[in-house]
Ligand binder design. Structure first.
Ligand code: SF4
Ligand code: SF4
Length: 355
Protein backbone atom coordinates (compact mmCIF):
# COMPACT_ATOMS: atom_id res chain seq x y z
CA UNK A 1 0.00 0.00 0.00
CA UNK A 2 1.20 3.49 -0.79
CA UNK A 3 1.73 6.03 1.97
CA UNK A 4 -0.02 9.39 1.69
CA UNK A 5 2.20 12.43 1.27
CA UNK A 6 0.33 15.74 1.31
CA UNK A 7 1.81 18.31 -1.05
CA UNK A 8 1.22 22.04 -0.65
CA UNK A 9 2.57 23.59 -3.87
CA UNK A 10 4.41 26.87 -3.47
CA UNK A 11 5.68 29.35 -5.99
CA UNK A 12 9.26 30.48 -6.30
CA UNK A 13 10.15 33.20 -3.77
CA UNK A 14 6.74 32.96 -2.13
CA UNK A 15 6.51 34.94 1.09
CA UNK A 16 6.87 33.06 4.37
CA UNK A 17 3.47 34.41 5.46
CA UNK A 18 1.73 33.03 2.37
CA UNK A 19 3.30 29.56 2.69
CA UNK A 20 2.48 29.49 6.41
CA UNK A 21 -1.18 30.35 5.70
CA UNK A 22 -1.37 27.50 3.17
CA UNK A 23 0.17 25.10 5.68
CA UNK A 24 -2.38 26.11 8.31
CA UNK A 25 -5.25 25.46 5.91
CA UNK A 26 -3.80 22.06 4.94
CA UNK A 27 -3.43 20.99 8.58
CA UNK A 28 -6.97 22.08 9.42
CA UNK A 29 -8.64 20.67 6.29
CA UNK A 30 -7.02 17.27 6.71
CA UNK A 31 -7.18 17.15 10.50
CA UNK A 32 -3.46 16.41 10.61
CA UNK A 33 -3.06 17.15 14.30
CA UNK A 34 -5.80 14.70 15.33
CA UNK A 35 -3.14 12.32 16.70
CA UNK A 36 -2.46 14.82 19.51
CA UNK A 37 -4.58 14.51 22.66
CA UNK A 38 -5.25 17.04 25.42
CA UNK A 39 -2.28 17.33 27.82
CA UNK A 40 0.12 15.66 25.38
CA UNK A 41 3.56 17.27 25.53
CA UNK A 42 4.41 17.85 21.87
CA UNK A 43 7.99 18.47 20.72
CA UNK A 44 8.54 20.48 17.54
CA UNK A 45 11.95 19.15 16.45
CA UNK A 46 13.63 21.51 14.05
CA UNK A 47 17.00 23.11 13.24
CA UNK A 48 17.29 26.75 14.34
CA UNK A 49 20.08 27.43 11.84
CA UNK A 50 23.78 27.96 12.44
CA UNK A 51 25.22 31.48 12.53
CA UNK A 52 24.83 33.31 9.19
CA UNK A 53 22.48 30.67 7.74
CA UNK A 54 19.17 31.78 6.23
CA UNK A 55 17.47 28.61 5.06
CA UNK A 56 15.89 27.29 8.27
CA UNK A 57 12.12 26.93 8.63
CA UNK A 58 10.74 30.27 9.77
CA UNK A 59 9.49 30.83 13.35
CA UNK A 60 6.02 32.01 12.24
CA UNK A 61 5.20 28.44 11.18
CA UNK A 62 5.82 27.24 14.73
CA UNK A 63 3.69 30.04 16.17
CA UNK A 64 0.84 28.97 13.90
CA UNK A 65 1.21 25.23 14.61
CA UNK A 66 1.74 25.83 18.33
CA UNK A 67 -1.50 27.80 18.49
CA UNK A 68 -3.36 24.98 16.71
CA UNK A 69 -2.02 22.47 19.23
CA UNK A 70 -2.92 24.72 22.16
CA UNK A 71 -6.50 24.76 20.84
CA UNK A 72 -6.38 20.98 21.35
CA UNK A 73 -5.21 21.70 24.92
CA UNK A 74 -1.82 20.13 24.21
CA UNK A 75 1.53 21.38 25.54
CA UNK A 76 3.79 22.17 22.56
CA UNK A 77 7.43 23.26 22.79
CA UNK A 78 10.43 23.76 20.50
CA UNK A 79 13.46 21.54 20.70
CA UNK A 80 16.79 20.55 19.15
CA UNK A 81 20.00 18.83 20.30
CA UNK A 82 23.68 19.76 20.66
CA UNK A 83 26.02 19.38 17.70
CA UNK A 84 29.24 17.38 17.85
CA UNK A 85 31.30 20.02 16.09
CA UNK A 86 32.35 23.09 18.02
CA UNK A 87 30.30 26.23 17.43
CA UNK A 88 27.31 28.10 18.80
CA UNK A 89 25.13 24.98 18.85
CA UNK A 90 27.34 22.48 20.70
CA UNK A 91 25.73 23.12 24.10
CA UNK A 92 22.41 24.50 25.28
CA UNK A 93 23.35 28.02 26.35
CA UNK A 94 24.70 29.56 23.15
CA UNK A 95 22.39 27.30 21.11
CA UNK A 96 19.31 28.86 22.74
CA UNK A 97 20.84 32.34 22.43
CA UNK A 98 21.37 31.77 18.69
CA UNK A 99 17.85 30.37 18.27
CA UNK A 100 16.45 33.49 19.94
CA UNK A 101 18.44 35.70 17.58
CA UNK A 102 16.90 33.76 14.68
CA UNK A 103 13.42 34.58 15.98
CA UNK A 104 12.64 31.43 17.98
CA UNK A 105 12.18 33.28 21.30
CA UNK A 106 8.91 32.93 23.23
CA UNK A 107 7.76 36.41 22.19
CA UNK A 108 7.72 35.34 18.52
CA UNK A 109 6.63 31.70 18.72
CA UNK A 110 4.66 31.53 21.98
CA UNK A 111 6.58 28.30 22.63
CA UNK A 112 9.13 27.41 25.31
CA UNK A 113 12.46 26.20 23.93
CA UNK A 114 13.80 23.18 25.79
CA UNK A 115 16.90 21.31 24.62
CA UNK A 116 16.09 17.63 24.17
CA UNK A 117 19.49 16.38 25.32
CA UNK A 118 20.11 18.71 28.27
CA UNK A 119 22.82 21.25 28.89
CA UNK A 120 25.69 19.43 27.20
CA UNK A 121 24.10 16.79 24.98
CA UNK A 122 24.50 13.83 27.30
CA UNK A 123 20.91 13.29 28.46
CA UNK A 124 19.84 10.23 26.52
CA UNK A 125 17.63 7.17 26.58
CA UNK A 126 18.22 3.94 24.72
CA UNK A 127 15.51 2.79 22.32
CA UNK A 128 15.51 -0.87 21.22
CA UNK A 129 15.22 -1.41 17.44
CA UNK A 130 15.44 -4.51 15.25
CA UNK A 131 18.29 -2.96 13.22
CA UNK A 132 21.14 -4.62 11.39
CA UNK A 133 23.80 -2.36 12.87
CA UNK A 134 22.21 -1.65 16.26
CA UNK A 135 19.84 -3.42 18.65
CA UNK A 136 19.36 -0.13 20.50
CA UNK A 137 20.10 3.50 19.68
CA UNK A 138 20.86 6.47 21.92
CA UNK A 139 18.26 9.19 21.52
CA UNK A 140 17.95 12.56 23.31
CA UNK A 141 15.82 11.87 26.36
CA UNK A 142 13.09 14.48 25.81
CA UNK A 143 12.39 13.14 22.33
CA UNK A 144 11.61 9.75 23.88
CA UNK A 145 9.75 11.09 26.91
CA UNK A 146 7.32 13.46 25.19
CA UNK A 147 3.97 12.05 24.16
CA UNK A 148 4.02 13.39 20.58
CA UNK A 149 6.47 14.71 18.03
CA UNK A 150 6.29 16.99 14.99
CA UNK A 151 9.53 16.83 12.99
CA UNK A 152 9.83 19.97 10.89
CA UNK A 153 12.74 19.82 8.44
CA UNK A 154 14.28 22.03 5.81
CA UNK A 155 15.31 19.99 2.75
CA UNK A 156 18.93 20.69 1.71
CA UNK A 157 21.88 19.02 0.07
CA UNK A 158 24.42 17.57 2.48
CA UNK A 159 28.15 16.99 2.20
CA UNK A 160 28.09 13.61 3.93
CA UNK A 161 24.60 12.17 3.48
CA UNK A 162 23.75 13.60 0.05
CA UNK A 163 20.63 15.31 1.32
CA UNK A 164 19.16 16.19 4.68
CA UNK A 165 15.44 16.16 5.46
CA UNK A 166 13.21 14.27 7.92
CA UNK A 167 15.39 11.16 8.29
CA UNK A 168 18.52 13.23 8.88
CA UNK A 169 16.69 15.55 11.28
CA UNK A 170 15.57 12.49 13.24
CA UNK A 171 18.58 10.17 12.97
CA UNK A 172 21.34 12.65 13.60
CA UNK A 173 19.29 15.57 14.93
CA UNK A 174 17.48 13.60 17.65
CA UNK A 175 20.47 11.46 18.70
CA UNK A 176 22.33 12.26 21.90
CA UNK A 177 25.98 13.27 21.68
CA UNK A 178 27.00 9.64 22.06
CA UNK A 179 24.49 8.63 19.40
CA UNK A 180 25.96 11.22 17.03
CA UNK A 181 29.51 10.11 17.72
CA UNK A 182 28.84 6.46 16.82
CA UNK A 183 27.24 7.60 13.56
CA UNK A 184 30.08 9.87 12.49
CA UNK A 185 33.08 7.98 13.64
CA UNK A 186 34.53 4.52 13.76
CA UNK A 187 37.11 5.66 16.29
CA UNK A 188 37.21 7.23 19.76
CA UNK A 189 38.12 10.93 20.18
CA UNK A 190 41.75 12.00 20.35
CA UNK A 191 43.59 15.01 21.81
CA UNK A 192 45.12 17.67 19.55
CA UNK A 193 48.33 18.08 21.55
CA UNK A 194 49.19 21.56 20.32
CA UNK A 195 45.84 22.97 21.41
CA UNK A 196 45.63 21.33 24.85
CA UNK A 197 46.16 23.85 27.67
CA UNK A 198 46.09 21.16 30.39
CA UNK A 199 43.04 22.81 31.98
CA UNK A 200 41.88 19.40 33.22
CA UNK A 201 38.18 19.84 32.40
CA UNK A 202 38.02 16.68 30.29
CA UNK A 203 39.73 14.67 33.02
CA UNK A 204 37.16 15.88 35.52
CA UNK A 205 34.12 15.14 33.34
CA UNK A 206 35.07 11.88 31.60
CA UNK A 207 32.53 9.41 33.09
CA UNK A 208 34.89 6.41 32.95
CA UNK A 209 38.21 8.07 33.87
CA UNK A 210 39.68 7.38 30.44
CA UNK A 211 41.66 10.64 30.40
CA UNK A 212 44.85 11.35 32.31
CA UNK A 213 47.30 14.23 32.15
CA UNK A 214 50.68 13.17 30.81
CA UNK A 215 53.38 15.85 30.68
CA UNK A 216 50.76 18.61 30.68
CA UNK A 217 48.75 17.16 27.81
CA UNK A 218 45.50 15.22 28.15
CA UNK A 219 45.75 11.63 26.98
CA UNK A 220 42.82 9.31 26.19
CA UNK A 221 43.01 5.61 26.94
CA UNK A 222 41.17 4.18 23.94
CA UNK A 223 40.56 0.86 25.69
CA UNK A 224 38.65 2.51 28.53
CA UNK A 225 36.89 5.21 26.44
CA UNK A 226 33.21 4.48 25.80
CA UNK A 227 32.87 7.13 23.09
CA UNK A 228 30.38 9.29 24.99
CA UNK A 229 31.70 12.54 23.49
CA UNK A 230 31.58 14.39 26.82
CA UNK A 231 35.20 15.56 26.42
CA UNK A 232 34.25 17.19 23.11
CA UNK A 233 31.72 19.34 24.91
CA UNK A 234 33.68 20.36 27.95
CA UNK A 235 36.91 21.28 26.17
CA UNK A 236 36.79 25.04 25.59
CA UNK A 237 40.00 25.05 23.55
CA UNK A 238 38.92 22.86 20.60
CA UNK A 239 41.62 20.40 21.65
CA UNK A 240 39.53 17.23 21.32
CA UNK A 241 39.11 15.90 17.80
CA UNK A 242 37.49 12.86 16.28
CA UNK A 243 37.70 11.15 12.97
CA UNK A 244 34.93 11.90 10.49
CA UNK A 245 35.90 8.51 9.19
CA UNK A 246 32.63 6.84 8.29
CA UNK A 247 31.86 6.13 4.63
CA UNK A 248 28.93 7.96 3.01
CA UNK A 249 26.97 4.72 2.67
CA UNK A 250 27.56 3.54 6.24
CA UNK A 251 26.79 7.00 7.66
CA UNK A 252 23.43 6.96 5.92
CA UNK A 253 22.65 3.45 7.21
CA UNK A 254 23.46 4.61 10.75
CA UNK A 255 21.31 7.74 10.35
CA UNK A 256 18.39 5.62 9.17
CA UNK A 257 18.64 3.20 12.11
CA UNK A 258 18.73 6.09 14.59
CA UNK A 259 15.75 7.67 12.82
CA UNK A 260 13.99 4.32 13.22
CA UNK A 261 14.59 4.56 16.96
CA UNK A 262 12.86 7.95 17.02
CA UNK A 263 9.91 6.62 15.00
CA UNK A 264 9.64 3.52 17.22
CA UNK A 265 9.48 5.72 20.32
CA UNK A 266 6.60 7.70 18.81
CA UNK A 267 4.40 5.03 17.20
CA UNK A 268 1.24 6.72 15.84
CA UNK A 269 2.24 9.92 17.66
CA UNK A 270 4.43 11.70 15.12
CA UNK A 271 3.95 13.89 12.07
CA UNK A 272 6.69 14.84 9.60
CA UNK A 273 6.83 18.09 7.62
CA UNK A 274 9.45 18.99 4.99
CA UNK A 275 9.92 22.52 3.67
CA UNK A 276 11.18 22.45 0.09
CA UNK A 277 12.08 26.10 -0.23
CA UNK A 278 15.39 27.96 -0.02
CA UNK A 279 17.04 24.63 -0.95
CA UNK A 280 20.79 25.01 -0.73
CA UNK A 281 23.76 22.82 -1.55
CA UNK A 282 24.72 22.64 2.13
CA UNK A 283 22.67 22.08 5.26
CA UNK A 284 21.70 24.74 7.82
CA UNK A 285 24.78 23.90 9.90
CA UNK A 286 26.89 25.72 7.31
CA UNK A 287 27.10 29.47 6.99
CA UNK A 288 25.99 31.19 3.82
CA UNK A 289 23.17 30.25 1.49
CA UNK A 290 22.68 29.92 -2.25
CA UNK A 291 19.49 28.48 -3.73
CA UNK A 292 20.08 25.54 -6.09
CA UNK A 293 16.46 24.73 -7.05
CA UNK A 294 13.41 27.01 -7.41
CA UNK A 295 11.09 26.78 -4.39
CA UNK A 296 8.65 23.85 -4.46
CA UNK A 297 6.39 24.00 -1.41
CA UNK A 298 5.71 21.92 1.71
CA UNK A 299 5.23 18.16 2.09
CA UNK A 300 3.61 16.39 5.04
CA UNK A 301 3.26 12.73 5.96
CA UNK A 302 2.85 10.38 8.89
CA UNK A 303 5.70 8.32 7.41
CA UNK A 304 9.17 9.90 7.38
CA UNK A 305 10.53 7.53 4.74
CA UNK A 306 7.66 8.21 2.33
CA UNK A 307 8.07 11.92 2.99
CA UNK A 308 11.79 11.98 2.20
CA UNK A 309 11.34 9.76 -0.89
CA UNK A 310 8.66 12.11 -2.23
CA UNK A 311 10.70 15.21 -1.35
CA UNK A 312 13.79 13.93 -3.13
CA UNK A 313 11.80 12.98 -6.24
CA UNK A 314 10.10 16.39 -6.37
CA UNK A 315 13.39 18.25 -5.98
CA UNK A 316 15.01 16.27 -8.79
CA UNK A 317 11.93 16.67 -10.99
CA UNK A 318 11.89 20.41 -10.42
CA UNK A 319 15.63 20.70 -11.06
CA UNK A 320 15.49 18.42 -14.10
CA UNK A 321 18.61 16.65 -12.89
CA UNK A 322 19.74 14.45 -10.01
CA UNK A 323 20.65 16.12 -6.74
CA UNK A 324 24.17 14.75 -7.18
CA UNK A 325 24.60 17.19 -10.06
CA UNK A 326 23.45 20.11 -7.91
CA UNK A 327 25.07 19.37 -4.58
CA UNK A 328 27.45 16.50 -3.73
CA UNK A 329 28.19 13.50 -5.92
CA UNK A 330 27.58 10.83 -3.31
CA UNK A 331 25.02 7.97 -3.23
CA UNK A 332 22.19 10.04 -1.76
CA UNK A 333 19.38 7.51 -2.27
CA UNK A 334 20.97 5.16 0.25
CA UNK A 335 18.76 6.57 3.06
CA UNK A 336 15.58 5.56 1.24
CA UNK A 337 16.91 2.26 -0.11
CA UNK A 338 18.27 1.18 3.26
CA UNK A 339 15.00 2.04 5.05
CA UNK A 340 13.20 -0.22 2.56
CA UNK A 341 15.79 -2.99 3.08
CA UNK A 342 15.40 -3.09 6.85
CA UNK A 343 11.61 -2.64 6.86
CA UNK A 344 11.47 0.85 8.36
CA UNK A 345 8.64 3.00 6.99
CA UNK A 346 7.26 2.86 3.48
CA UNK A 347 9.15 4.48 0.60
CA UNK A 348 6.19 3.91 -1.75
CA UNK A 349 4.10 7.04 -1.62
CA UNK A 350 1.07 8.63 -3.16
CA UNK A 351 1.03 12.42 -3.53
CA UNK A 352 -2.15 14.11 -2.33
CA UNK A 353 -1.95 17.60 -3.78
CA UNK A 354 -3.66 20.28 -1.73
CA UNK A 355 -4.96 23.01 -4.01
S1 SF4 B 1 39.64 20.04 28.29
FE1 SF4 B 1 40.79 20.40 26.40
S2 SF4 B 1 42.39 21.85 26.92
FE2 SF4 B 1 41.56 21.04 28.85
S3 SF4 B 1 42.92 19.33 29.34
FE3 SF4 B 1 41.21 18.47 28.19
S4 SF4 B 1 41.91 18.49 26.05
FE4 SF4 B 1 43.28 19.83 27.20
S1 SF4 C 1 34.54 10.18 24.72
FE1 SF4 C 1 33.71 10.07 26.81
S2 SF4 C 1 34.67 8.21 27.63
FE2 SF4 C 1 35.88 8.78 25.84
S3 SF4 C 1 37.51 10.04 26.65
FE3 SF4 C 1 35.88 11.45 26.02
S4 SF4 C 1 34.69 11.75 27.90
FE4 SF4 C 1 35.96 9.94 28.24
Amino acid sequence: MKEKVYFIPGVDNESDESLCAKLEKAIMANNLFSFVQANDMVAFKTHFGEEKTQGYVRPLNFKMMGDLLKQRRALPFLTDTATLYSGMRNQAISHIELAQRHGFGFERTGLPLIMADGLTGDEELEVPIPGRLYSKVKIASLIVKTQALVVVSHFTGHLASGFGAALKNMGMGCASRRGKLVQHSTATPSVKKKKCTACGACVKWCPVQAITMVENVAQIDKVICIGCGQCLTVCRFDAIGYNWSETYEQLQRKIVEHAWGVAVSKKDKALYINFLNRISKDCDCMGGYKKIVPDIGVLISFDAVALDAASLDLVEKRAGKPLTALAYDIPHRMQIDYAREIGFGNPDYQIVEIP
